[in-house]
Design a protein around this ligand. Structure first.
Ligand code: SAM
Ligand code: DTB
Ligand code: SF4
Length: 337
């Protein structure tokens, strides 16, 4: 039985392998116990995700609907206006979201007027009292510093897969580039959001190796998104089978045991899960979800906000740390049916 009174950064591959391969219900039971030691199991962090710059990305990430080189039929959009972003953030806050994550289909941040605009967005979303998160690609130390000074709370940059499998998925940058960006984010004093994707054709050992890298970082990420591949027609991975939800449950439970303090986020893949499958993920230690006003995560479908609130009400889950004095029932009314 795993109990975790302490945070460990010295997990061995053998230990992680043993946890990951436990009989599923025993694994969920142990993860649920760890979850209760470190978190309020009735609370879920609702993060609103917004694509502030969509498509046309020069990278070759084989899963991604926004890579310019794949014919995915999405409409490319340049960087949104600050005012538009702010009004979406304000509505998200009113609807009970405590974190606002702005995503851009960039390989890396460039020191130009677009970055200046993002810095202003960060400052102003922060000013309305939300945790501001960005995911903008690779960052230098100086850029991370600027974001921190502007009021950025967290930065999302995923490992995506294991170091070994990585080059089957992305060739336009390296695993070390990713680790370097994560280091720059840490050095700037920004909270780290870092996880990965399952269902890319990787083996169980690749998943274990990714969890090994994550859980042995000098400091665990404060937030760990676990994504199931959202299969986008036109991408090289479009024909892979749907990820079985039990695989998500196993991955989430293992992440919860290894990184007890982190927020573990049930991320891409929810659109293809029913309430029961998502409930099992929450039981296994997931305590955060992405929602969006547009019913799309970035360019793939995501559950409707109203349906998420209905699910939360049904499961007895409340949004974490919302400054709005609202019950989930009120929120169901805010999000139109
Ligand atoms: N362009 C930036 C970058 O790649 O760092 C930020 C946005 S990107 C959409 C952020 C993360 O979303 C990726 O690293 C990947 O883990 C995840 N992601 C992207 N497309 C996905 C898909 N089709 N299915 C599951 N996860 C996906
Ligand atoms: C993360 O780990 N998952 C989110 C967020 N970070 C930016 C994005 C998932 C994207 C899913 C596919 C899409 O809609 O493009
Ligand atoms: Fe570009 Fe990010 Fe998509 Fe990769 S995941 S293609 S870097 S938007």
């Amino acid at each position: 039985m795993q109990t975790s009174q302490t945070i460990r950064n010295d997990w061995s591959l053998e230990e992680i392998n043993a946890i990951y391969n436990k009989p599923l219900l025993q694994l969920v039971f142990e993860a649920a116990a760890v979850h209760r030691q470190w978190h309020d199991p009735e609370k879920i962090q609702v993060c609103t995700l917004l694509s502030i710059k969509t498509g046309g990305c020069p990278e070759d990430c084989a899963y991604c609907g926004q890579a310019a080189r794949y014919q995915t039929g999405i409409s490319v959009k340049s960087l949104m206006k600050k005012e538009e972003v702010l009004s979406i953030a304000a509505r998200a806050k009113e609807a009970g979201s405590s974190r606002f994550c702005m995503a851009a289909a960039w390989r890396e941040v460039k020191d130009n007027r677009d970055f200046d605009r993002v810095l202003e967005m960060v400052t102003e979303v922060n000013a309305i009292g939300m945790e501001v998160c960005c995911t903008l690609g690779m960052l230098t130390e100086e850029q991370a510093d600027k974001l921190q000074k502007a009021g950025l709370y967290a930065y999302n940059h995923n490992l995506d897969s294991s170091k070994n499998y990585y080059d089957q998925i992305i060739n336009t940058r390296t695993y070390d580039d990713r680790l370097n960006t994560l280091e720059n984010v840490r050095k700037a004093g920004i909270s780290v959001c870092c996880g990965g994707i399952i269902g890319l054709g990787e083996t169980h050992n690749d998943r274990i190796a990714m969890l090994y890298t994550l859980s042995n970082l000098p400091e665990h990420p404060e937030s760990v998104p676990v994504n199931a591949l959202a299969r986008v027609p036109g991408t090289p991975l479009a024909y892979l089978p749907k990820t079985d939800s039990w695989e998500m449950v196993r991955m989430i439970a293992t992440a919860r045991i290894l990184m007890p303090k982190a927020m573990v986020r049930l991320s891409a893949g929810r659109a293809e899960m029913n309430q029961q499958e998502q409930a099992f993920c929450f039981m296994a230690g997931a305590n955060s979800i992405f929602t969006s006003e547009s019913e799309e995560l970035l360019v793939t479908p995501n559950p409707r906000l109203h349906d998420d609130f209905v699910m939360m009400e049904l499961l007895g889950l409340k949004p974490l740390e919302t400054k709005v004095e609202a019950t989930v029932r009120d929120l169901c009314e805010i999000a139109p049916n």
